[in-house]
Design a protein around this ligand. Structure first.
Ligand SMILES: Cc1ncc(COP(=O)(O)O)c(C=O)c1O
Length: 402
């Protein structure tokens, strides 16, 4: 056994490189603690976090609400087994049902797992009501997760030939091209699945009339409309759920990321008429796990009590205003998004350089595509923190873009 000490950053990084399976390039930083909008690394350096744990830390880092919920629940019941109901599971399901257009909830632990559930539900629906239809239409440039089926659902160019053979039954159409979507529907189609705002793809929003036409088409054809709100759900876009912006109700919605505030938690929500799974069709050891349920319940209660959807809408507008002030100076274009899911384009493919320079200057931002920067801070972000972010960003853009 290796008994070397792990008492400083260099030793920790050396051990990380030795023992953690390589899956992605990470910076030479080890994060140690977080509070509100800030993170600190093991050298005590402070970072203003506008990535928010990847649109996850709705209430900021280490919120007391989550600590309390976990402490209280872990003293009472950590795990009863997925074959029993438990109290926080029932309370949380009721809260979700009360605040959405849906009637039933299945709980999971990650966005990909919730989307797998939605895919299975759509195939079940196809087998029961559409003569075995199993194909699902998704959009080019979409992101739905990293399991085999959700990778096949994802419309990411880079993944086209990865981990062959693909799970069959997914067709990709360009977002907001209704004619292409209509042409893709056939007898084998059981569902259309899309993100109301493509998050990982670079913050591209579905058009209102497209989504209304799509809803009508799904009704006429008897196919399911699934919204993947893993990134847009729970106040991120300035409404509790993004579908509320468009005046349409999907049949199925998936949630993850922000609903757990950093704790692994996901949900699949359906209308009563799609309550069609039979015993054994769907499940999971951690489905409805009490600790996750207590956290989800506490996070959502806090989001509602503090009216964080309103804060997301207001602060999102303020961020866009500040970005517009920088736009002419640095040739920033296409400032876009809703609430606290915002992106803009750089004049050149310098996204990675901007992210790295921001990190050096104590600011965390994300570059979903080579010439884009995305911001998705915690829902509790303040104007003072936005001013601080804008200041660092301006310095970095000056340094990188000149
Ligand atoms: C829209 C969307 N769906 C699904 C996922 C996958 O979620 P998870 O990483 O929790 O499996 C993501 C993750 O970024 C996402 O943005």
């Amino acid at each position: 056994m290796n008994k070397k000490s792990l008492s400083n950053t260099q030793e920790l990084l050396a051990e990380a490189k030795r023992s953690i399976l390589f899956t992605t390039v990470r910076p030479e930083v080890v994060m140690e603690k977080g509070e509100g909008l800030y993170l600190w690394d093991t050298d005590g350096k402070k970072y203003l976090d506008f990535v928010g744990g990847w649109a996850v830390t709705s209430l900021g880092h280490s919120p007391a609400v989550i600590a309390k919920a976990l402490t209280r629940q872990s003293e009472v019941l950590v795990n009863a087994s997925p074959s029993f109901f438990n109290i926080p599971m029932i309370e949380y399901a009721r809260l979700l049902v009360d605040h959405t257009c849906f009637d039933r909830v299945f709980f999971a632990s990650s966005g990909a797992e919730a989307n797998e559930g939605a895919i299975k539900l759509a195939r079940k629906y196809g087998s029961l009501y559409r003569d075995g239809a199993f194909e699902i239409i998704t959009t080019v440039n979409s992101f739905h997760g990293r399991t085999l089926a959700t990778m096949s659902a994802t419309g990411k160019k880079k993944w086209e030939n990865l981990f062959e053979p693909k799970v069959p039954g997914f067709t990709h159409v360009p977002l907001n091209d209704f004619a292409a979507l209509k042409a893709a529907v056939n007898d084998r189609t059981c569902a259309v699945m899309l993100e109301p705002i493509q998050g990982e793809g670079g913050v591209f929003e579905v058009a209102s009339d497209y989504i209304r036409q799509l809803r009508k088409l799904c009704d006429e054809q008897g196919i399911l409309l699934i919204f993947d709100e893993v990134q847009t759900g729970l106040a991120r876009t300035g409404k509790l759920f993004a579908y509320e912006h468009y005046g349409v109700e999907p049949d199925v919605m998936t949630l993850a990321k922000g609903i757990g505030g950093g704790f692994p938690l996901a949900a699949l929500l359906v209308k009563e008429r799609f309550n069609i799974f039979e015993a054994g069709d769907q499940g999971g050891t951690y489905s409805g796990q009490p600790l996750a349920m207590a956290v989800g319940l506490a996070v959502m209660q806090e989001v509602l009590a503090k009216k964080l959807a309103d804060n997301a809408a207001m602060q999102g507008e303020y961020i866009q205003k500040k970005l517009h002030e920088l736009a002419a100076r640095f040739q920033l274009t296409n400032i876009r998004g809703k609430g606290l899911l915002i992106a803009f384009d750089l004049p050149t493919e310098q996204g990675a350089a901007v992210v790295a320079a921001c990190l050096r200057q104590g600011l965390l931002v994300n570059s979903p595509q080579p010439a884009m920067i995305r911001l998705m801070p915690a829902l509790i972000v303040t104007t003072a923190e936005i001013d601080a972010m804008t200041q660092i960003l301006a310095n970095v853009l000056q340094e990188v873009l000149g």
